[in-house]
Design a protein around this ligand. Structure first.
Ligand code: GLU
Length: 463
């Protein structure tokens, strides 16, 4: 079974980049393995993992906000985990790796490390950690401890073999571990950095696939060695019988703004802001599912279609461009497809199905329905009409007859009796009946306004 996860850190609101990663993993899980194992269940599992090991920066309000945003988008997880509740697992893995010599204590201060970095760069060398801590003698370590200096901990990369994997988006990837720094996995105060807990969790939760942004590519190189080291050290879930199983990884190209650059605005364009702007979840999902793929961006209201057409083989390596006007276009198209039943709860009192259908083609947002509905309920503000138009509207008030299609009947009658046509025929009527020069189809609107009110409006306009 396919198991994916979305692992946000609750240090801020979800932004479009996060949403895209969440969506990719959700789509992959919902698409599932197509029942490859014949267990009658073609769908996988999608997990939400709250990466809240950084107690200082994590906030409960953001955990809540993540849940709210995911529910609003309809990307509900099958299970939720919190790293802050799983510290024992990380401790256990840490002890095993330490005993196996794969993690080691280091005592450099931040300033010392920065200095080393600068020296390396000054010599034209890559700023890779020099592993000085590995050469410390027991005595030197004891010395640090005596001075009350607690170590931070690094994972010792195995330099003997290249790290490679078949990335599901980028293709074959190869890293020389000697070109990477041994990552710090634990701070001197005992708290965890992201790297190791994530691997422990992926292993424990049986995660089969990880899709994330390409800014994580070098993390993956390091984490693949962590998976191996944990396997060797005998850390793994009880249920994991394939000892050498790692997730498959795919790294998607970054999201950039319209101008092709990584924009600050995009990094902070939150799900909440989009919701408040009246953007529909389907518009967001339609855009984010297809950006950076060879498939066209289309307004897709049916999630099943999004799921069925999700295909990692269509993902490209060029940056994916996020374009606001495109989101607007999608939103408008999605709103125009929405059924009354879907929006009923969000509409002002009184709008029925016919009302929604009359108004819908004029909307770019569901919230605009109220404004258009006022044309039906009134009061409306009419423009000043010429004497000629007033006479015409007086005639219209008299000619109004209420049948199946009163607008058609009225305009045919007036065309015959006045010889007016086109704009001259229609515009004064629309202005008198709605106070506007444009708007919903009058054929649909007039029955909603009703006979009495329509006649009153025409008479008022006629003066
Ligand atoms: N918490 C990490 C992040 O938000 C998760 C990365 C991952 O998907 O492993 O970057």
């Amino acid at each position: 079974m396919i198991v994916t996860r979305f692992a946000p850190s609750p240090t801020g609101r979800l932004h479009v980049g996060n949403l895209r990663t969440a969506l990719h993993n959700w789509l992959l899980a919902r698409k599932g393995d197509g029942d490859a194992d014949g267990d009658g269940d073609g769908t996988g599992r999608f997990l939400l993992r709250i990466d809240d090991t950084d107690a200082e920066r994590s906030r409960e309000e953001y955990v809540e906000a993540i849940r709210t945003d995911m529910a609003w988008l309809g990307l509900e997880p099958d299970a939720e985990y919190r790293q802050s509740e799983r510290l024992d697992l990380y401790e256990n893995a840490f002890v095993r790796l330490r005993d196996a010599g794969r993690v080691y204590p280091a005592y450099e201060t931040a300033q010392e490390l920065e200095l080393k970095r600068k020296i390396a760069l000054g010599r034209g060398l890559p700023p890779i950690y020099d592993r000085a801590a590995l050469d410390l003698t027991d005595e030197q370590r004891a010395d640090y401890e005596e001075q009350g200096i607690a170590p931070h901990w690094r994972f010792r990369l195995d330099h003997d073999e290249f790290i490679d994997w078949a990335d599901r988006v980028r293709g074959s990837q190869k890293f020389d571990p000697a070109q990477l720094s041994d990552p710090v996995i634990r701070r001197a105060d005992g708290s965890w950095l992201y790297m190791l807990p994530s691997v422990v969790d992926d292993l424990d939760m049986g995660v089969t696939d990880v899709l994330r942004g390409e800014d994580h590519v070098s993390n993956t190189a390091v984490q693949l060695q962590m998976f191996s080291a944990l396997h060797t050290a005998g850390v793994g879930p009880e249920h994991c019988d394939v000892v050498d199983s790692f997730p498959r990884f795919g790294h998607t190209a970054l999201l950039v703004g319209r101008e092709g650059k990584l924009s600050k605005r995009l990094g902070s364009l939150s799900c909440e802001a989009l919701r408040e702007q009246g953007i529909e979840p389907e518009a967001i999902l339609s855009l984010l599912a297809r950006l950076g793929t060879s498939k066209p961006v289309e307004p897709i209201a049916d999630r099943r279609h999004l799921i069925e057409t999700f295909d990692l083989a269509t993902f490209g390596r060029a940056p994916a461009r996020f374009d606001d006007p495109e989101l607007e276009r999608l939103n408008t198209a999605i709103v125009h497809q929405m059924d009354f039943a879907e929006v009923q709860d969000r509409l002002p009192e009184g709008i029925d199905e016919a009302g929604w259908h009359a108004i819908r083609p004029n909307l770019t947002r569901v919230s605009e329905a109220a404004e258009w509905w006022r044309l039906v309920t009134g009061p409306i503000e009419q423009p000043d009409f010429s004497e000629e138009d007033k006479a015409y509207l007086a005639e219209a008030a008299g000619a109004l007859e209420w049948g199946d299609d009163p607008w058609r009947a009225l305009t045919i009658a007036l065309k015959d009796s006045t010889g007016r046509k086109g704009k001259q025929l229609f515009l004064p009527l629309r202005q008198a009946l709605t106070g506007m020069d444009h708007g919903p189809d009058m054929g649909e609107l007039l029955p909603l306004i009703g006979e009495q009110e329509a006649r009153a409006r025409l008479q008022r306009a006629a003066g």
